[in-house]
Structures are given as C-alpha cells and as structure tokens.
Design a protein around this ligand. Structure first.
Ligand code: SF4
Length: 313
C-alpha cells in the first residue's frame, strides 16, 4: 500500500515548538450548521479547494454558515514553504482545465455578491498561474455578472507579465499579503522578497488606478509595533487602500513558533493608527483574515472611496 505523503515534507526535520493554548478571545465554535454542510458539499461536488480548509482557518464555521468560501485555484499543493502556512507543500498537480467553469458554478451556486479567489504559489509554471487567474475572472463575469471579484494572488516573483495579465482581467480588488515585517522575511517567508511584494501592489495601482488594492499582515510572530507602523507607511506609499491585520495562529509544532497573542485592545490601537495613516478601510482583530467579511468590507471600501471623491469636488 502506498504511504500518504507528509503535508509539509520540508518541515519534517525541524524542531518542535509546542502549540500554545488560545486565549478566550480566540475560541471559535465547531462548524455544525446545515449551511456549512451545503457549502462543503458544493465545493466537494465541484472538486474545488478552499483556503478555508487548507489553511485551517478558524472562521470556517462562521463564513461557511453564510455560504462565504474562498476558492483556492491552481491545485492544493504549494511550491513555496512559508513557515507560517498550513497549505500542503511539495510537487504540484497539473492545472485543471475545468477549474474556471467550476469556480464560476460555485459562485453562482452560492449566490455570492462578492467572491475571493486565491491560489497556491506555482513557481513551476511559466506565468506563475496568472493566465488561470485571468480565465477564472472571465468565467465568473460570464456566469455571475453582478458578483464583485477579489483576487488574492501570489507574489509572481520572477514571472514577467504575470501581474499585467491578472490586472488586465479587471478584478475589483487586487489583494496581495505582505504577511509580516521585512526583518522576519528570511525566517517566515523565505522564498519571498518584501520590496518585490510591495512593488507588486504599487504596480497594480499604476496599471489600473480604478482597482482597489489590499494587503494583510499577521501579528504575534515577534515583530514590534514600530515595525508594523513602518509597514503601514510603506503600504500607504504604494497607495494600498485596504489593510487587514490578524493574529498568527501556529498550525502545528513544526511551524514558526508563536511569539505572543496580541490583545483585542492592541488590535483596536493598530486599527486607529492605520486609519490615521490614510487607509480607506482597515480590519484589525484577532480573527481578521484577508477574506473574512470580504463582501461587507468591499461595500464599505467602495463607499469610502465615493465619500473621499465627493469631498474632493
Ligand atoms: S476568513 Fe476567509 S479563509 Fe477563513 S473561513 Fe472565512 S472565507 Fe475562508
């Protein structure tokens, strides 16, 4: 009988760091609602992956009960090996040519007003998977023209033309997470480059000034507040509109160790500081994730831009 391959082969020999017990403000209920089952069945039936499951997101019970799921395209195996992430790593599968129509069907089936489409990193593909993002966007537009589309993309490092292909497909929101402060990149996001990711965001806005740009950070990895404020300034220099900040939760003992749980009061201060620095929209709380409440937040983001434009007249 063939053995099941380990989910994170590159982390097998790393030392164990015990997973800390979560504080009361992070406890979430087990997903049990009938709507959760409906969402699960639809995703399974269409053979789609979700980051909600693959990343072991703590919000899955809440989001799926509202039929809000974040589709993860380009397969379920990532070619990077970030120290914080629970998505499986290793040799990726061939692209599924039916993925775009299945994603569009799921969006229609869930009757989504706003959808978030993300992916694994595909450094093995010549365009990093950009053309599949573009075809998925087109398929959703054809099937559900009223649905607004948010893409949460990899960094497309060393993939010339990839960002341009995604932006040309006209998603409503272009999201790319910086994840952490630049000092921690070598240990937390070793395959990525901070200034490349920042440039990706500013370039997206240059290519299409009407697009909303968004980025996210995890806290609790050992960063200090001064470093977070500097990242906020960097993101504002890149004209990023929307910032999300959430608590890092260590998926397994082999992942990057948690430094600390950031209190809800500190999240409130981070939120205030970020608004002070000029973001149009900020979501900062222990359970904030890039796609958590993405639909409601998109409506707020659009309203904030309209208010700003009206003031400028
Ligand atoms: S927050 Fe995002 S990733 Fe987590 S369950 Fe909700 S939609 Fe999925």
């Amino acid at each position: 009988m063939s053995e099941i391959p380990p989910r994170h082969p590159e982390k097998r020999l790393r030392p164990d760091h015990p997973v800390a017990r979560k504080p009361a403000w992070i406890r979430v209920k087990a997903p049990t609602s009938p709507e959760y089952q409906v969402t699960r069945k639809l995703m399974r039936g269409l053979g789609l992956n979700t980051v909600c499951e693959e990343a072991a997101c703590p919000n899955i019970g809440e989001c799926w009960a509202k039929r809000h799921a974040t589709v993860m395209i380009l397969g379920s195996v990532c070619t990077r090996a970030c120290a914080f992430c629970n998505v499986a790593t290793g040799n990726p599968q061939a692209l599924d040519p039916h993925e775009p129509e299945h994603v569009a069907e799921a969006v229609g089936g869930l009757n989504l007003e706003h959808v978030v489409v993300t992916s694994v990193d595909r450094d093995d593909l010549e365009d990093g998977g950009a053309s599949q993002f573009a075809v998925v966007i087109q398929a959703i537009r054809a099937k559900a023209p009223g649905t607004t589309i948010e893409v949460l993309t990899p960094d497309f490092l060393r993939k010339p033309g990839a960002l341009e292909a995604v932006v040309a497909a006209k998603p409503d929101v272009f999201n790319h997470n910086l994840e952490t402060v630049p000092r921690l990149y070598p240990s937390i996001r070793p395959g990525a480059r901070y200034f490349h990711s920042l440039r990706l965001l500013s370039r997206a806005k240059e290519l299409d000034p009407t697009i909303f740009t968004k980025s996210g950070l995890m806290v609790g990895l050992g960063e200090d507040m001064g470093e977070i404020y500097q990242v906020m300034d960097d993101l504002r220099s890149a004209e990023v509109d929307f910032l999300t900040v959430g608590q890092y939760l260590q998926p397994t003992p082999k992942h990057a160790p948690l430094d600390r749980f950031v209190s809800p009061d500190e999240f409130a201060r981070l939120k205030e500081m970020a608004f002070g620095k000029g973001f149009l929209m900020v979501s900062a709380s222990p359970l904030t994730r890039s796609s958590h409440h993405a639909g409601e937040d998109f409506a707020r983001l659009r309203a904030a831009r309209e208010t700003l434009a009206a003031k400028a007249v």
